[in-house]
Design a protein around this ligand. Structure first.
Ligand code: AMP
Ligand code: MN
Ligand code: MN
Ligand code: MN
Length: 287
């Protein structure tokens, strides 16, 4: 089987490994093709490309864009993007500026609850100072003894209704899809099972996403329980979307390791169908 992992993070966003270390781990795990999809930034792709060329891994340039839609945050993965495209670059820069402003408000909110210095702490935890996210706050809260582990830090803080959670308007679904498409990429809905939508809203989302030019949806992801794979494979088929597979790897010993997921259900149309850069792997080991 072609081992393709189309969703993972480096320390350019909230992962723990450098882009080169992510690629090395993918190679060690037998991954043939890997998309690095850092949140709202493409700064890791050049280093990932160098490492991938050396390791014989096919690098798919990617990004995971934060979007607000109907009062909820969604993530849209862009695959095979041109990371230097000006429209995409400007859009992502705008989201990162918003992240900084949100981070300060999160810090203020935690300070009101008796935890001062959180923004500065999270900032120190982030390798890429333009990409401070809730995971960096969570790591700092754990390091300071405010929570025993990352999961608890999210449960007690950083999630809706808790200290450190502030509402934030990300970019629109339409803009995210447009930037990805303008740069020559394919837009994919990330981990659909994580959103708190009822069936009607989920169908509205899939229709809107298609209408904007979105093409794919993650079916096999580290965020889905195996019992959910069939539901999203069926939805992909019903809404004319291609299916993607990605671990959403962030760190060793956290969630699913790179490349370690089952294959797509056989009736799915893979997002990677017809990608010429994968041809060498098919001739080595037929999928
Ligand atoms: P942000 O984009 O800064 O709001 O952070 C979102 C990131 O936080 C996600 O990509 C996950 O990596 C992480 N995250 C969100 N919810 C949780 C949770 N309940 N437990 C652990 N990590 C989480
Ligand atoms: Mn993340
Ligand atoms: Mn995500
Ligand atoms: Mn992700």
């Amino acid at each position: 089987m072609l081992n393709i992992d189309l969703h993972c993070h480096s320390n350019v966003s909230d992962g723990m490994l450098s882009p080169a270390e992510v690629v090395a781990r993918a190679a060690a795990n037998g991954v043939h093709a890997l998309a690095l999809t850092d949140h709202d930034d493409v700064a890791g792709l050049d280093a990932a490309r160098v490492a991938a060329d050396a390791a014989g891994v096919t690098l798919i340039p990617g990004v995971e864009i934060s979007v607000s839609w109907r009062g909820q945050t969604l993530h849209i993965v862009g695959l095979r993007i041109d990371s230097s495209h000006p429209e995409l670059a400007a859009g992502l820069a705008g989201i990162r500026a918003g992240r900084m402003e949100r981070g300060r408000r999160m810090g203020d909110d935690l300070a009101k609850s008796g935890i001062p210095g959180a923004y500065e702490g999270a900032y120190d935890c982030a390798v890429n100072k333009q990409m401070v996210g809730r995971t960096h706050f969570a790591r700092w809260l754990v390091a300071q003894g405010h929570a025993p582990d990352i999961r608890s830090a999210f449960r007690r803080f950083l999630t809706r209704g808790n200290p450190g959670y502030v509402e934030h308007e990300w970019t629109s679904l339409e803009s995210a899809v447009n930037w990805i498409r303008a740069s020559g990429g394919m837009a994919v809905i990330a981990h659909p099972g994580r959103y708190a939508f009822n069936a009607r809203d989920l169908h509205l989302l899939l229709d809107a996403f298609r209408a904007f030019g979105g093409e794919g949806i993650e079916v096999i992801t580290g965020s889905h329980h195996p019992s959910e794979y069939g539901k999203f494979a069926d939805l992909a088929r019903a809404f004319g979307l291609k299916a993607s597979r990605g671990t959403d790897f962030h760190a060793p010993a956290e969630g699913v390791d790179i490349g370690r997921l089952p294959a797509l259900p056989h009736y799915c149309r893979p997002v990677w169908q017809g990608w010429p850069e994968l041809a060498p792997h098919f001739s080595l080991s037929p999928a």
